[in-house]
Design a protein. Sequence first.
Length: 114
Amino acid sequence: MATFSEKMKGFAQSSKELASKAAAKAQDLGEKAGAKAQNLGEQGVLLLEIKKLKGEVEKLTNALGQEAYTAFVVQKQSAVNAADPEFKKILDEIASTQETIGKKEAELQEKKDK
């Protein structure tokens, strides 16, 4: 039969092992929570960037409309051409910004899938 001293040593060893396992589990959970928080933060940044880029597209679209208005009303042109330098520059900027939005949205979806 084990003595009281032996039982206490066994209890102390079991307690130490349990505390060690609990600490390791807590550290693992902390690391996972930190990674998740960082991922969510990155998603937030991407959402803001996408919103900003969409705002730029809206401004460019308004500028395109202003150019068309100027051509038709002020300059009395009967037609406009997308190849005209004023229109082409704005159309190219819109296309480039839309492409960037698509990339950012794909990156956002990739982060959401994690």
